[in-house]
Design a protein around this ligand. Structure first.
Ligand SMILES: C[S@@+](CC[C@H](N)C(=O)[O-])C[C@H]1O[C@@H](n2cnc3c(N)ncnc32)[C@H](O)[C@@H]1O
Length: 203
């Protein structure tokens, strides 16, 4: 990661109106070691199965788009299009202040419930599975053969987590029936919680 990512966010904290800026606790969480390591892990493992250049990517539950900007900050990733879908209107309003003028065609900001979005991208990512009551209900909306990347965790005590899992095996039991092929399944111990990730092809 380079300093470009940090200066994007600190710059936008100056320029964006207060009502859409991430709160202190959100900013702290977004740039916590666990959140950043989890996203770099996803980019590393997913990058073994796809080149990000010339791809379209949907990020469901994109929050303040750290994953999108981590992908864009890597100069190898050219001509990618990223749709950031989040139900919280503050997120994509703030994202506009993170974007450079030449990224207007690169990032599609969508304020919507991820269940109401029509997925047509090559790659569909959801690192917010722990925020959904029923991950399968959402996954059913993703077209066959899409490359999917999913993360959840065992951080049950977090107030906004509604569907954590106890283990990778439990996560696989939920997700595997919806995949025609599993490309990766792993876990990352982050101290106070463990993150689980599955990459695969949608059945
Ligand atoms: C705390 S954040 C992200 C945590 C996650 N570990 C990550 O960094 O990807 C969860 C995000 O999911 C969004 N979200 C939750 N339910 C959603 C839904 N049904 N549709 C779209 N976004 C949703 C929230 O608004 C929030 O921005």
């Amino acid at each position: 990661m380079n300093t470009g990512l940090i200066t994007r966010y600190t710059g936008a904290l100056y320029s964006a109106p207060e009502h859409c800026r991430p709160r202190y606790d959100e900013f702290r969480d977004m740039f916590s070691e666990g959140q950043l390591k989890s996203k770099l892990w996803l980019i590393q493992e997913l990058g073994k199965h796809t080149d990000f250049s010339n791809k379209s990517i949907a990020i469901a539950g994109s929050w303040f788009a750290t994953l999108a900007f981590l992908l864009l900050e890597d100069k190898k990733n050219t001509n990618l299009k990223i749709s950031c879908i989040d139900i919280d209107s503050r997120c994509n309003e703030f994202v506009r202040f993170l974007m450079k003028e030449n990224e207007l065609e690169t990032i599609n900001r969508v304020t919507a419930d991820m269940h109401d979005y029509s997925y047509s991208e090559n790659v569909v990512i959801n690192t917010s599975c722990e925020h959904l009551q029923d991950i399968n209900k959402w996954l059913e909306l993703v077209p066959q053969q899409s490359l999917v990347a999913l993360q959840t965790n065992d951080f049950f005590s977090h107030p906004s987590h509604v569907s954590c899992v106890k283990s990778l095996t439990d996560f696989q039991a939920i997700i595997n029936p919806q995949l025609s092929e599993t490309l990766y399944a792993g876990e990352l111990n982050l101290g106070i919680y463990t993150r689980y990730m599955i990459l695969g092809r949608k059945r």
